[in-house]
Ligand binder design. Structure first.
Ligand SMILES: [Zn+2]
Length: 208
């Protein structure tokens, strides 16, 4: 067994939020963290869904997935999304697509966290996972200090679709980790629709 696998087993028994070794729920959070997690009400939404508030243990877990290479957190988030979709009877889609990263960003991080989540979700739901179809063709600037208009301008034209026939007339479930202003995710959705997708449902784990 490799050292990485041993380390992963060690961390897998720990809470994704606080890293304590208390008993964990189905999604890898301890009871104390679970109590801090805020579930978002998706009133009247039919095409954009967010599951949790991006704060506390959720923020911590997403950060660890992205920057500390805790890829198996992606599996737990996939399970969280799976249960959310089942509980809310959201099933009107044929393909699952992750919001992509610009290639240099993915190269240096080593993976795209949304791809990991979307891949495991597709296994759980037995739906088609499409990788490399929606691509980020422009390396956009960090949006932290930008207002809504600035963000929209920044991401305009930053996505592209390859192998258009794969999404033609398809209903897409678009997976993103964090929803801030929505500029990036909405631009990705627009690109998919312009390239022949019939419908795009946005689902993010967390909303700021
Ligand atoms: Zn915890």
């Amino acid at each position: 067994m490799s050292i990485n696998k041993i380390l992963n087993l060690f961390w897998a028994t720990r809470c994704m939020g606080c890293k304590n070794t208390s008993s964990l729920n189905r999604y890898g959070f301890c009871r104390e963290c679970e109590e801090q997690i805020i579930h978002i009400e998706n009133y009247n939404n039919t095409e954009t869904f967010h599951i949790l508030r991006y704060d506390g243990p959720v923020k911590e877990a997403i950060h660890w997935l992205k920057y500390n290479r805790k890829k198996y957190y992606g599996k737990r988030f996939a399970l969280l999304i799976h249960d959310f979709l089942i509980n809310n009877s959201i099933n009107n889609f044929n393909v699952i697509i992750p919001v992509p990263l610009y290639w240099t960003k993915e190269f240096f991080r080593g993976f795209n966290q949304c791809s990991i989540i979307a891949f495991y979700l597709s296994k759980l739901l037995k739906k088609q996972y499409l990788s490399g179809v929606l691509v980020k063709c422009k390396n956009t600037l960090s949006q932290t200090a930008m207002d809504k208009t600035g963000r929209e301008k920044n991401v305009k034209g930053s996505f592209n679709v390859k192998k258009r026939h794969l999404i033609k007339n398809k209903k897409v479930l678009l997976i993103d980790d964090v929803y801030t202003s929505g500029a990036t995710t909405q631009e990705a959705k627009k690109t998919l629709l312009e390239n022949g997708a019939e419908k795009v449902i946005i689902l993010t784990i967390a909303k700021v």
